[in-house]
Design a binder for this molecule. Structure first.
Ligand SMILES: [Zn+2]
Length: 73
């Protein structure tokens, strides 16, 4: 009986590895697509305007905050 369990266990591992491999690829695509905004000051890509404002307040607090439209360009 222990043999059967081991086989099942290794199959699960292989499936998980395959899933992780495929997931890793699609995650990368999602991540690339998620960068909609770029900080003009330091060229850092950010996922959205909310992140951008947080970044701007933290890194460039003395500069005037660009509008959402400006940040997307
Ligand atoms: Zn910046």
């Amino acid at each position: 009986m222990a043999r059967g369990l081991q086989k099942e266990e290794s199959q699960k591992k292989a499936q998980a590895a395959a899933k992780a491999k495929a997931g890793g690829k699609s995650n990368l695509k999602t991540r690339e697509a998620a960068f909609k905004v770029k900080c003009r000051k330091c060229m850092l890509p950010l996922s959205d305007y909310k992140n951008f404002t947080e970044h701007w307040n933290a890194k460039h607090p003395k500069d005037p905050m660009p509008t959402e439209e400006e940040a997307k360009m």
